[in-house]
Write a protein that binds this ligand. Structure first.
Ligand code: ASP
Length: 722
């Protein structure tokens, strides 16, 4: 068995070491990309995937909540996304009495669905290349700042011109400012929560398994989009009706196998694949390590406080998960970049670039100095990058500081020489409306501990000349004792207590602005942001602006010099297609001596299940199904097991969370939710030997809805192929 597995692995990797890398614009598939996709097994045409003339797959996919993806699975507006994408809303609706985090949530009929204020689902109506229109006023002799201003102006004008009612135009930059595309979008904002498994399944494995394979997480949740009577976007109303999407996907529950073609269609957030070696070095060796160090302090304190109290556990569940997600990814990224010698690979490419440029006088005149300048600018930016990271991940991540910053506009409006009462009223309304929501999820003791920890760390390691003034104050007045300093601050500020804030805001008039401005937390916040935005950011941005300019030129140059490479644009939260095949992996650089299989089953949940390890406590009910092998029609046809997840070579990133994973025929076979540890560096450098996306097998999703949760009536809305 093992022998066959390895033989298959070698065979498949040798045929397929082609173009797994890439996040393609759906309107540009025609030609090389669709030909390659079809050679890999895809049975779809470019027109099936994206068309503005007829209904196509893009019509069933939306950007969910601004940062994730979701797919339509019924013609009654039902959508499928990840548990971690719906998490903020599951948490928002949870309390110690209704603990949907722990117990899961299932609306058994429409009236039980929960409205989610602020949650959006955005569809793409069409896209268009508007590069010439955006660059129409750019002149060769412009400075970079003038160029940017001209581009911003044209982007804004185009968006305004093209927006028609609720069909909103947005223009985005591609290839580091070398191309621009316009997207017509429709955003629905009455989206209601329908179902979510308990965290012990939807987040099974927790931080331990996050970004790791093998994986057994039922990372899904379901919501329903509502529209007005004409099927158009509308604010929440009980009169709204389920949205009828142009496209709802057929689910294929017949199972997948090694080598199968897969395609992920969604909204990848951000990648930087074309950076110089110095750019990669800055991420891997300067920025990531500092961010990880500071965030570790913050997360440890959160974890400790959450374990002490159920109230704090629910309050900080979403905040902690969000923070831990990036924290763990940065670590995988650092490791992967090291192990694959990403900097060395870039250097090799730069050497080749230089040779090719040197051989051509026109190229030399245009691009001969770009790499030299790039190196110099990256040297210059290092100390500023560090300072900005220390501030952002350190003292500016303290909740008290961020919260008080929300009062700044009110104070400014009150202080203005000529007061604008409407503006004051608006700002006062804003802060008043935020109080309950903010304090619902705030714990002062926890926040105070974080403030002490991150400030102490900054004090010990940040370059002295870049520290804000409070560091000198604490040194002279408190002998560097941050605990003492914050103990006084938190007990004397009004902004760490809901009652005190309410008292401050009751009967507030513009003349009382000093009651806010003289609060010690406000004074500290003001000093910190002034330092950040006046001492650090301008210098950082000056150099970074230069780096951006160089990146644009280097991108243009790479496209001219490496004519044999198919360039895809970096992710920027716009709709993309990525494709690959279901494939195990065994990169010896990272994992010596063994290979990872391409799928997991419920047996793995049972094996991990351990009452001593909070991340690995599986619900008893789930283990009962496992013991009885009671998987019904969701069992794999070949081995009779319940398959949970599988991996493939699709090039994905954050934002692809919740993306539909399709088979060769465009049928839904799963929901994308993560990547493997060895491949998290794919945002900066993709390597087919070790980069895999992780998909939740749709059969596990259906099993959980139907058999585990008893919400099988939801399946009646879906079109399922068995
Ligand atoms: N799990 C990831 C996220 O949370 C998805 C990915 O980056 O592959 O964004």
């Amino acid at each position: 068995m093992k022998k066959i597995f390895f033989a298959l692995l070698i065979l498949i990797s040798s045929v397929q070491l082609r173009a797994d890398e890439g996040m393609w614009l759906p309107m540009l598939l025609e030609g090389m990309t669709i030909t390659d996709m079809q050679a890999r097994g895809c049975k779809l045409s470019a027109e099936d995937i994206y068309s503005i003339n007829t209904t196509s797959m893009k019509d069933g996919i939306c950007q969910f909540g601004g940062g994730c993806t979701a797919e339509m699975i019924s013609d009654k507006g039902l959508l499928l996304t990840n548990h971690h994408c719906g998490f903020g809303y599951i948490q928002m609706h949870s309390s110690v009495e209704h603990d949907y985090l722990t117990n899961g949530f299932w609306a058994m009929n429409a009236s039980e669905e929960l409205p989610c204020p602020g949650l959006t689902a955005m569809f793409i109506v069409s896209m268009e290349d508007v590069t010439n229109l955006v660059l129409s006023e750019v002149k060769g002799n412009m400075t970079e700042a003038e160029r940017n201003a001209s581009i911003q102006k044209r982007m804004g004008e185009l968006e305004k011109e093209r927006t028609k009612g609720d069909v909103v135009a947005m223009v985005r930059s591609f290839y580091y400012g070398n191309a621009f595309y316009l997207f017509m979008t429709e955003t629905y904002n009455d989206v209601r929560m329908v179902g979510a498994p308990p965290m012990a399944m939807g987040n099974f494995g927790g931080d331990t398994d996050n970004w790791v394979w093998p994986r057994h997480t039922a990372d899904f949740s379901m919501f329903r989009i509502y529209a007005d009577k004409n099927n158009r976007p509308a604010a929440y109303s009980k009169d709204n009706v389920p949205y009828k999407p142009k496209k709802a996907f057929t689910i294929n529950a017949s199972g997948v196998k090694i080598g199968d073609f897969t395609m992920v269609y969604g909204f990848p957030g951000r990648t930087t694949e074309y950076l110089s070696s110095w750019g990669v070095d800055l991420i891997a060796n300067v920025s990531d390590p500092v961010k990880v160090k500071l965030r570790t302090l913050r997360l440890n304190i959160m974890r400790e406080e959450m374990m002490k109290s159920d109230v704090v556990r629910i309050q900080y569940a979403a905040k902690r998960n969000g923070a831990a997600n990036a924290w763990k990814k940065w670590q995988g990224e650092m490791e992967g970049l090291q192990e694959t010698n990403a900097v060395g690979k870039k250097q090799k490419r730069e050497a080749e670039f230089s040779t090719r440029v040197a051989a051509d006088a026109t190229l030399t005149a245009k691009y001969g100095s770009v790499l030299g300048e790039m190196k110099q600018r990256h040297e210059e930016i290092k100390p500023w990058q560090l300072a900005v990271d220390y501030m952002n991940e350190g003292i500016l991540s303290v909740e008290l500081i961020r919260y008080v910053n929300g009062y700044k506009k009110l104070v400014e409006a009150c202080k203005a020489e000529k007061r604008d009462q409407a503006e004051i009223d608006k700002q006062l309304k804003n802060v008043n409306e935020g109080v309950d929501g903010y304090f619902k999820d705030y714990n002062m003791a926890l926040d105070q501990r974080i403030a002490v920890a991150v400030s102490t760390e900054m004090d010990a390691n940040m370059e002295a000349s870049k520290k804000p003034a409070v560091f000198e104050e604490v040194k002279t007045k408190n002998k560097g004792n941050w605990k003492k300093y914050y103990s006084k601050l938190y007990s004397s500020t009004a902004f760490a207590s809901k009652d005190k804030v309410k008292a401050l805001l009751t009967g507030f008039t513009a003349d009382k602005w000093q009651s806010i401005a003289n609060d010690p937390a406000y004074i500290l916040m003001d000093q910190l942001y002034a330092h950040f935005s006046k001492q650090l950011v301008p210098e950082f941005q000056k150099i970074n602006g230069e780096i951006n300019r160089l990146n644009r030129i280097y991108m243009e140059a790479q496209m001219k010099v490496f004519t044999d490479f198919r360039f895809y644009p970096d992710a920027n939260s716009t709709l993309r297609v990525t494709y690959g095949n279901i494939l195990p992996y065994n990169d010896p650089a990272a994992i010596d001596g063994y290979a990872y299989n391409w799928y997991t089953t419920l047996n793995g949940v049972a094996a991990k299940n351990n009452p001593q390890i909070p991340d690995y406590i599986a619900p008893k009910r789930l283990m009962d199904f496992w013991r009885a092998k009671d998987y019904g029609r969701y069992a794999d046809k070949n081995d009779g097991e319940l398959h949970t997840c599988f991996i493939a070579t699709n090039h994905t990133t954050g934002g692809n969370s919740g993306s539909p994973v399709f088979n060769a025929y465009g049928e839904l076979i799963g929901t994308n939710f993560d990547r493997v540890w060895e491949g998290t560096m794919s945002d900066v450098s993709y390597d087919v030997n070790r980069c895999r996306n992780i998909t939740l097998d749709v059969r596990y999703t259906l099993f959980v809805i139907d058999k585990y949760a008893g919400a099988g009536y939801l399946l009646d809305e879906m079109k399922i192929k068995w």
